[in-house]
Write a protein that binds this ligand. Structure first.
Ligand SMILES: Cc1ncc(COP(=O)(O)O)c(C=O)c1O
Length: 421
């Protein structure tokens, strides 16, 4: 009765309208995403010289976005044959099957023994988020160890899944390479049975990957400590140009008998950025466990997005399910990786020719889409304000945005802001 009385008095006094207008009065604007904010600033800049080396998306040598020929052909084959029905909660079975082969190996015993719980995810981000939610639900007291630095969104993902975060050493600023000793110490010092997030290849943002030998040591130490490795593999094929070679870290862990999790994405290596197609997989002890885990992953997805999108999944399964199209894809991945590797060499050569007093060896030592340049936030600000060159303030250069046409301009600008450092 009392409640009713309040409602009536609010109505009669006109209080309702004022009350309603304060629904979102407590909402402050969210901070800009450090990566997406760069693109916004780039688009708003009218300068004809402007260069965007901020965003992690591949560009051809004319700076244009690329749709792979294998994807175009898959689209032609699908056109008119694809109905728009919902996919199952776990997504396209065919796409997931082909995706697992890329990560675990064409003839993987784990695939044959049905020991992998796998679902189609909303690209790599969605795979990470689904895993983080799964971790929270079934290992509620666990934490996640995240490398320093990492792709900024990893922090958001595990934060929103309410999994406490710890960090581990990864990058060594002085050598601009791997802090292997620091990394191994942190693995040893973490409580037994900890969860670690590892970048399978082409580490973002540093471009620094452990060598094969180092991966073996990491795997050995993980085994000794009983840690769980969750691999984020957003760039398979982008590091070396060969997806098989880029899966080496994962294969080492599999050989050593780890039960791992993997997030896969077709954003970069098939250029399907906006299609949001990827896969989350968890290797289990046996088929029964895999069935249970998969059912729970689906259960987690159901109230968030119900089932994943269909178009990208069909493109992937068409490309990878056809030997001819798969060969074409492998060729096209290599072309993209090789262009990036070539631009690393050209950028370094240009800086050396300009007489830079600094070492730029790391530009060619690092691998994948990004070069962690070592430029300070203030130097990055100068690049942007004086030269209209856009990148994140941590000095990460997306090599995919570097072209024959802008590499000289970029090198000159980097030299200008760094020569007196
Ligand atoms: C390390 C890493 N993981 C995951 C992703 C997720 O990408 P997407 O959700 O577009 O597949 C990215 C994208 O930049 C990334 O760099």
């Amino acid at each position: 009765m009392a409640f009713k009385a309040v409602i009536i008095s609010r109505r009669s006094s006109g209080f309702g309208a004022r009350w309603m207008s304060t629904w979102w009065g407590n909402v402050e604007p969210a901070p800009k995403d450090p990566i997406l904010g760069v693109t916004e600033a780039f688009l708003a800049d009218p300068s004809p010289d402007k260069v965007n080396v901020g965003v992690g998306a591949y560009r051809d040598d004319n700076g244009k976005p690329v749709v792979l020929e294998c994807v175009r052909e898959a689209e032609r084959r699908i056109a008119g044959h694809l109905n728009m029905e919902y996919l199952p909660m776990g997504g396209s079975v065919k796409m997931v099957e082909e995706t697992l082969k890329l990560a675990y190996g064409e003839n993987s015993e784990f695939i044959q023994d049905k020991r992998i719980a796998a679902v189609q995810s909303l690209s790599g981000t969605g795979a990470c988020r689904l895993f983080a939610d799964f971790q929270k639900r079934f290992r509620p007291d666990s934490q996640i160890y995240i490398p320093v630095p990492t792709w900024a969104n990893h922090h958001n993902i595990w934060r929103d899944a309410q999994v406490p975060q710890r960090t581990f050493h990864y990058y060594h600023p002085e050598s601009r390479g791997l802090d292997f000793a620091g990394l191994m110490d942190d693995i040893k010092n973490a409580p037994n049975g900890s969860f670690f997030l590892l970048h399978a290849c082409a580490h973002n943002p540093t471009g620094v990957d452990p060598s094969e030998e180092q991966w073996r040591e990491i795997s050995y130490q993980f085994k000794a400590k009983g840690h769980f490795a969750f691999f984020d593999m957003a760039y398979q094929g982008f590091a070396s140009g060969d997806p098989e070679r880029d899966a080496k870290s994962i294969r080492i862990f599999l050989e050593d008998g780890h039960l791992i999790g993997i997030a896969q994405s077709y954003a970069k290596n098939m250029g399907l950025y906006g299609q949001r197609v990827g896969c989350l997989s968890v290797l289990c002890e046996d088929e029964k466990q895999a069935v249970a885990v998969k059912s729970q992953l689906q259960q987690l997805g159901r109230p968030m997005y119900s089932n994943p999108p269909v178009q990208g999944a069909f493109i992937v399964s068409t490309v990878l399910g056809d030997p001819e199209l798969k060969t074409l894809w492998l060729k096209e991945v290599k072309v993209m990786a090789d262009r990036i590797i070539g631009m690393r060499t050209t950028l370094r050569e240009n800086l050396e020719k300009l007489g830079s007093p600094l070492s730029w060896e790391h530009v060619t030592n690092q691998i994948g889409m990004f070069c962690y340049s070592g430029l300070t936030p203030e130097q990055v600000d100068r690049l942007t304000n004086e030269f209209h060159i856009y990148l994140t303030r941590n000095g990460r250069i997306s090599m995919a945005g570097v072209t024959t046409g802008n590499v000289g301009y970029l090198a000159n600008a980097i030299h200008e802001v760094s020569k007196s450092a």
